[in-house]
Design a protein around this ligand. Structure first.
Ligand SMILES: [Ca+2]
Ligand SMILES: [Ca+2]
Length: 501
């Protein structure tokens, strides 16, 4: 009889109970790798390793990107917390599941959710312990056997120092300023500490450890020290002020013009962007704490690290703030996989367009676990072995039923539910300023890219829906309201700001 003693350094070490061998460790073969799964909320490409902003300071993620395979052209499943996370964790595209808008995870009917197996549960079903902390799903911390243990508590109240930043009225959410609390009071510090505690332990089974950070999501608040790192003037992103004029109406409806107008009027854009960069550095600091612990732990040689953000963020581009759009600012995300096991990975950048939908199958293949038959996407193991390996399928991002964007290594093609289209050439127009969809010379390309649009759309799941903030095929009337009233009014309001620029 052999008793597993512990798992480390990539091998399962057994203690033989046979006479004469008692106590001798016997190495019998490679053990299943552990997984450290780092989820980030609302982080766009303003990180050192993606170069989205020249003043980004993210040394810990940069180090991971260098050691692992960094997917420099990675895109979200949907540009919103709930549908992206449901898609990623269950391995199913919104147009197959019907999870287009926001849901309270625990209120989605079992006859719908029961068709799918969450990633953490799938690993549990295959001999793993699953531990989680912070934000992995949106709207519910833990349910139905997704985890062996889950940490979500944070009781400390954060106090803001708005005189050192910017705050809209007394809004706790729309605050862009340092906190006066100690590090330990902040949720992300606690979530990282939970991960560190798990990494300090010996485990009798391989583990799937998910650490979900809630920054840089609004409010943009974090300790002063991270604001101090960004004390000087903040460089503006590249913005074309009349950029929306060649964008179809559904696209225009996605832009958060009122936020842009407010920050222009208040002259607060710089404070908003500074606070965002500070929160990104704060997230990076907490990620670094977990990665340093892993490196010093007995699990270092046998733990796969995957790091991703659920979607990107506008900081004034397309006259917009936040996410909820199908442009590059919203879709592009940090995404890194690192595998320390010999021969499993070649460090480098993969520049092919990839979707986060591929995480499910990729982790499954890396751990030798077959994914359920329904799971969408494809394994990125060939790209981990050789980052220059091409990928045939483009990345698709869905925002509402009928609104899709298709991204390949050079082009973005978007089609909205009413037939409105956009086409951008990323080789010559990385800001997506010039919509080429009406250009007759590109019609063959549009036709080809349109073949990747979903053929059969699942109807929207209605039960459990908590927020439906997109104009789509299921609420087309909202577009009429927007066209007749909101946009012209908004345009009038914006005119002085536009003309001032
Ligand atoms: Ca998010
Ligand atoms: Ca434009």
């Amino acid at each position: 009889m052999k008793i597993p003693l512990f798992l480390c350094s990539g091998f399962l070490i057994l203690l033989s109970a046979a006479p004469g061998f008692a106590g001798d460790p016997v190495v019998v073969g490679p053990a299943k790798p552990n997984v450290l799964f780092i989820a980030i909320d609302d982080m766009n490409d303003w990180v050192g390793f993606l170069g989205g902003h020249p003043q980004a300071k993210t040394p810990n993620m940069d180090k991971l990107a260098k050691r692992g395979v960094c997917f420099t052209n990675a895109h979200c499943i949907a540009p919103a917390c709930s549908p992206c996370r449901l898609g990623l964790m269950y391995g199913v595209e919104p147009f197959h599941s019907g999870f287009y808008p926001f849901y309270n995870h625990s209120k989605i009917p079992q006859e719908v959710l029961g068709k799918y197996t969450s990633l953490s549960r799938h690993f549990r079903n295959n001999g793993y312990n699953a531990f989680g902390a912070g934000k992995i799903f949106h709207g519910s911390k833990s349910m139905n056997g997704d985890w062996d243990d889950y940490h979500s508590k944070n009781n400390a109240k954060l106090e803001y120092a708005p005189q050192a930043g910017y705050q809209q009225g007394k809004s706790q959410k729309m605050a862009f300023c340092p906190t006066t609390n100690k590090f330990e009071d902040h949720p992300d510090h606690q979530f990282a500490s939970y991960g560190i505690d798990i990494l300090k332990k010996q485990h009798d089974k391989p583990f799937f450890l998910a650490v979900g950070l809630v920054k840089p999501h609004l409010a943009f608040v974090c300790p002063q020290q991270f604001f101090d790192m960004h004390a000087g003037p903040i460089q503006k992103p590249k913005i074309r002020h009349r950029d929306l004029e060649d964008v179809p109406w559904v696209g225009r409806s996605m832009a958060k013009l009122s936020d842009d107008l407010r920050y222009r009027t208040d002259e607060s854009w710089e404070q908003v962007r500074r606070a965002y960069l500070a929160c990104i550095s704060w997230a990076d600091y907490n990620i670094g704490r977990v990665l340093d612990e892993l490196e010093d732990s007995p699990h270092a040689d046998n733990t796969i690290v995957v790091l991703w953000s659920d979607h990107g963020y506008h900081q004034g581009e397309k006259r917009s703030f936040r996410k909820f759009s199908l442009w590059e600012e919203s879709t592009r995300v940090p995404f890194i996989i690192y595998d320390p096991r010999p021969g499993k990975m070649k460090a480098g950048n993969c520049t092919e367009a990839v979707s986060l939908i591929n995480i499910y199958k990729t982790l499954g293949e890396m751990a030798g676990i077959e994914s359920p038959a329904y799971v969408d996407g494809e394994s990125l193991v060939p790209q981990l072995r050789e980052p220059s390996t091409p990928i045939e399928l483009p990345a698709i991002t869905t925002w509402g039923r009928g609104n899709y964007t298709v991204r390949d290594d050079k082009w973005r093609y978007t089609r909205y539910f009413d037939g409105g289209e956009e086409l951008y050439n990323h080789s010559s127009d990385p800001q997506e300023w010039n919509n080429l969809a009406a250009d007759l010379t590109h019609q063959a390309r549009i036709k080809e890219m349109a073949t990747f649009l979903p053929k059969n759309e699942a109807p929207q799941v209605v039960t459990g829906r908590s927020l439906w903030n997109v104009i789509d095929a299921d609420q087309p009337k909202k577009l009429k309201t927007f066209k007749n009233q909101t946009w012209p009014q908004m345009k009038e309001k914006l005119r002085p700001a536009i003309e001032k620029q």
